[in-house]
Design a protein around this ligand. Structure first.
Ligand code: P6P
Length: 338
């Protein structure tokens, strides 16, 4: 049931009121991100009508072809962060390094730029031109340096230090899912009023599912434990709900969101070609891990909890096993054989 009046901003203000020491800066930062995503949603939904589909002809830091909408989303989010004044460093999956920001002088005082933000501006962008859901993923930490522009230590914190994380999925509707440590909440954009309206509070992911989500085209490159796990899911055994159904969109936010609602496990494992898997720790794995743990799920690299991993570099990749707790635990058991 979509609440007619509980907007995203009202919701974050209500959450903020639970903490007397709150300054309101996190609420403003989250509102800024939501604003940027409304603008991105508008462009994504009319991309087919204006000349913003297709490639720019450049490659990003990941060596991937850059889509025009990638650049648009990256610019919008970066500029909103710069204007807001709450951020000492911005880390984008599309940029080689982080952008450090000075304190902003406004209303005759310096705003304390007390947060840092990582984001993947438009994940799954290879799907843009074929109208498959894509998304923006964000992750917010307190700064660790004292003041001034942010530094690399502010940007390389373990995932469990996050203060908020979320994603916006641009699909049949535009949906924002976030946590600030008090549960996971889901909002649907009502384009007629331009507001994200609360649709589900305190989502919990089913402990066990019947859905697995992995690119089986990579089967031949997997470890033996990984192969045995997926073979196990395909065997017929009514008691344990097998065979599972295979669902793979190839757009992380779409696969993750389905599993959050229905239950399921998403896997992007290490393989012979990608020793650390394909997905990025800071821009994808950590924010989604914060959300899934807040919803009662589990997230690991097959052995270690994702949010305990100490990042060594901004674009570090990690294998990812994320979703329903019992399914991730089962996968970890098979991986132990490797
Ligand atoms: P593959 C999209 O390019 C992405 O980064 C994620 O959104 C998605 O889960 C994954 O890569 C798909 O990768 O190798 O299966 O095409």
């Amino acid at each position: 049931m979509v609440s007619k009046f509980n907007t995203f901003y009202r919701h974050i203000i209500e959450q903020e009121r639970k903490f007397p020491e709150a300054t309101g800066q996190l609420s403003d930062l989250l509102a800024d991100i939501a604003l940027a995503c409304k603008v991105i949603s508008l462009e994504v939904n009319r991309a087919g009508l204006i000349d913003i589909l297709g490639f720019t002809g450049e490659e990003n830091v990941q060596g991937e072809q850059v889509k025009k909408l990638d650049v648009f989303a990256n610019d919008i989010l970066t500029n909103v962060m710069k204007q807001g004044g709450h951020i000492c460093a911005v880390c984008s999956e599309e940029e080689e390094s982080f952008i450090s920001l000075e304190e902003k002088f406004t209303d005759n005082k310096f705003l304390s730029n007390k947060y840092i933000c990582h984001f993947d501006p438009l994940d799954g962008s290879s799907n843009i031109d074929v109208n498959v859901s894509i998304g923006t993923i964000f992750s917010i930490y307190n700064r660790v340096s004292k003041s001034g522009p942010g530094d690399i230590d502010d940007c390389l914190q373990k995932g469990y230090e996050q203060v908020a994380a979320g994603y916006v999925i641009y699909g049949s509707s535009t949906v924002l899912t976030y946590t600030a440590g008090e549960g996971v909440h889901l909002f649907t954009l009502d384009p007629s009023v331009g507001e994200f309206l609360l649709s589900t509070e305190n989502i919990s992911i089913p402990k066990k599912s019947r859905i697995y989500s992995v690119n089986e085209g990579n089967y031949s490159k997997w470890s033996s434990g990984m192969k045995k796990y997926v073979d196990h899911l395909k065997q017929v055994d009514k008691e344990s709900g097998r065979p599972y159904s295979s669902r793979y969109v190839g757009s992380l936010v779409a696969d993750f969101h389905r599993n959050l609602i229905y239950g399921g496990i998403f896997i992007y494992p290490a393989d012979k070609k990608n020793k650390n898997g394909k997905l990025r720790l800071m821009y994808e794995a950590n924010p989604l891990s914060y959300i899934v743990e807040q919803a009662g799920g589990r997230s690991s690299d097959g052995k270690n909890r994702i949010m305990d991993i100490k990042p060594e570099s901004l674009h570090q990749r990690t294998p990812l096993f994320i979703g329903s707790e019992e399914d991730v635990l089962m996968a970890e058991k098979f991986l132990k054989e490797d």
